[in-house]
Design a protein around this ligand. Structure first.
Ligand code: HEM
Length: 252
């Protein structure tokens, strides 16, 4: 809608439209399957939607890390709240792919190999940026030079966990137990701990939802990426970004 008297032209007099601003034609040209299988469009779209949200999650986590490092806890929590809501969407999005029957996935699955979600660079970036750094993935990853450089940078730069520990130091190094026992005194730190845990829990939930979907789709078959499949994925379920925030619960 345009205000009366205004024109639908951008600042420089060029005509801006929904499609040109959002690059819709380009976006809609990117779902190119390898087969005639009915469900391949859904499969590609769901994965692309994940990668788009991963992009936003990375952007927000990076900003949250910087805000924590600058002792701007209010803003860090504001951004982490957005991440939490997006991650809830990512867990729920598994439902969409589960409308695919395993027989229908088999119509095009063999053509995907050796491509696999294991090669999602942004997923690994989120893990590294959050605090789960494992340089070993770089050896096992088939990635372009640019993607490799991005992962190297994530390994080298401070993680959310590093920024959080730095903030505790800046505040006089209270123990987490102290923060939890006297939360009114350490209110913003306590709230930040819970916001970080929300992010951690959301990722753990995604891992469990993903492995259940995998078992539903391919049972105990190996993955297209060459792992044992569900067996490998189950071995990742215990991964945590902030183990100390989980452990302290037993000590309260
Ligand atoms: C039919 C649906 C799916 C199946 C059967 C499936 C299967 C698998 C399997 C077997 C693996 C282990 C690596 C391998 O050997 O390939 C894997 C890893 C992975 N998948 Fe999926 N996947 C599906 C959907 C998705 C979706 C929608 C995403 C969203 C981005 C995704 C992201 C990932 C990621 C990030 C990993 C690496 C996990 C890790 O190493 O911790 N997958 N997937």
């Amino acid at each position: 809608m345009t205000r009366q008297g205004s024109t639908p032209f951008g600042e420089e007099g060029r005509r801006l439209s929904y499609g040109s601003y959002l690059k819709i034609p380009e976006l809609l040209s990117l779902q190119q399957g390898l087969s005639e299988a009915h469900d391949e469009l859904l499969f590609i779209t769901v994965h692309q939607a994940y990668e788009l949200w991963f992009k936003v999650v990375l952007f927000e986590l990076e900003s949250a890390r910087d805000r924590i490092a600058a002792d701007e806890v209010f803003w860090a929590r504001h951004l982490l709240e957005r991440v939490r809501v997006i991650e809830r969407l990512l867990v729920d999005q598994v439902d969409v792919l589960e409308t695919m029957a395993p027989q229908d996935f088999l119509d095009f699955r063999s053509q995907l190999a050796p491509a696999s979600g294991f090669q999602s660079v942004q997923f690994r970036e989120i893990e590294f940026l959050s605090g789960l750094k494992d340089a070993g993935y770089l050896d096992r990853l088939e990635a372009s030079g640019e993607e490799r450089a991005r992962l190297q940078r994530r390994l080298a730069e401070p993680s959310l966990a590093d920024a959080f520990h730095g903030l505790l130091e800046k505040r006089g190094s209270p123990s987490l137990l102290e923060v939890f026992h006297h939360r009114e005194r350490w209110a913003d730190l306590f709230d930040l701990c819970e916001a970080l845990l929300d992010h951690d829990e959301a990722f753990a939930l995604w891992r469990s939802r993903h492995v259940l979907m995998v078992e539903r789709q391919i049972g105990r078959k190996p993955g297209t990426g060459g792992s044992t499949g569900a067996g490998y994925l189950r071995s990742t379920l215990e991964k945590r970004f902030f183990p100390e925030l989980w452990e302290l619960r037993s000590e309260l």
